[in-house]
Design a binder for this molecule. Structure first.
Ligand SMILES: N[C@@H](CCC(=O)N[C@@H](CS[C@H](CC=O)c1ccccc1)C(=O)NCC(=O)O)C(=O)O
Length: 222
């Protein structure tokens, strides 16, 4: 029996948070190894564990997987969260790319100056409400099901919920014009494994603060 997946990253959201979400949604317990210093990162590199000298890296099933999307795809495929056929998988890929784009903008906010953050946040909310959320509202309307794809929750649903909650941290009423997404948020949040991950005390990380950004700068020399 393989041990629990082991996640190597700093102790915060960054690029690892979507991986924590998907493992938790799949009901998979995981361990975390937190990089605290530049030396911690350099050791992973010198041990030859990072194919591209980068983290996130996840040790799972005898592999040391890097590249966030490769890690997520493996978890989704292994835990039956990637659709039942090529058509569903392709829809999931499309929807995941959209939420990855939206979350990528939000994740990078932490590196902006206060004035830059205000301007970038306004752009993000505009994109969320004029490009991304209208698309997912339409998908839910056209598909008629409770999920984005098929008739069970998939990687696409997990990542859309994560993106909704992250966007609401910027603007709490961002879903005001999207009733289907409001219902979707409630429904997916109540899936037992996700509900548990949303409880305090889970391995879900808080929004980034100055301390976390300072640590990232130290670890990654940025
Ligand atoms: N394609 C890859 C990219 C992975 C990646 O950019 N890893 C970084 C740390 S995360 C970064 C922290 C601050 O720079 C961050 C955190 C949040 C937002 C943007 C970047 C890294 O290892 N940087 C060392 C180097 O590149 O030499 C993947 O999808 O996994």
């Amino acid at each position: 029996m393989a041990g629990k997946p082991k996640l190597h990253y700093a102790n915060g959201r960054g690029r690892m948070e979507s991986i924590r979400w998907l493992l938790a949604a799949a009901g998979v317990e995981f361990e975390e190894v937190f990089l605290e210093t530049k030396e911690d990162f350099e050791k992973l590199r010198s041990d030859g564990d990072l194919l591209f000298q980068q983290v996130p890296m996840v040790e799972i099933d005898g592999m040391k997987i890097v590249q966030t999307r490769a890690i997520l795809s493996y978890i989704a495929a292994k835990h039956n969260l990637y659709g039942k056929d090529l058509n569903e998988k392709t829809l999931i890929d499309m929807y995941v790319e959209g939420t990855t784009e939206l979350m990528g903008m939000i994740i990078s906010l932490m590196f902006h100056t206060p004035e830059g953050k205000a301007k970038q946040s306004a752009m993000i909310i505009d994109r969320a409400t004029t490009r991304y959320f209208p698309a997912y509202e339409k998908v839910l309307k056209d598909h008629g099901h409770v999920f984005l794809v098929g008739n069970q929750f998939t990687w696409a649903d997990v990542q859309l919920l994560e993106a909704i909650l992250m966007t609401e941290e910027l603007k709490s009423d961002v879903l005001s014009k999207f009733p289907l997404l409001q219902a979707f948020k409630t429904r997916i949040s109540n899936i037992p494994t996700i509900k548990k991950f949303l409880q305090p005390g889970s391995q879900r990380k808080p929004p980034p603060d100055d301390e976390f950004v300072a640590k990232l700068r130290k670890i990654f020399n940025i």
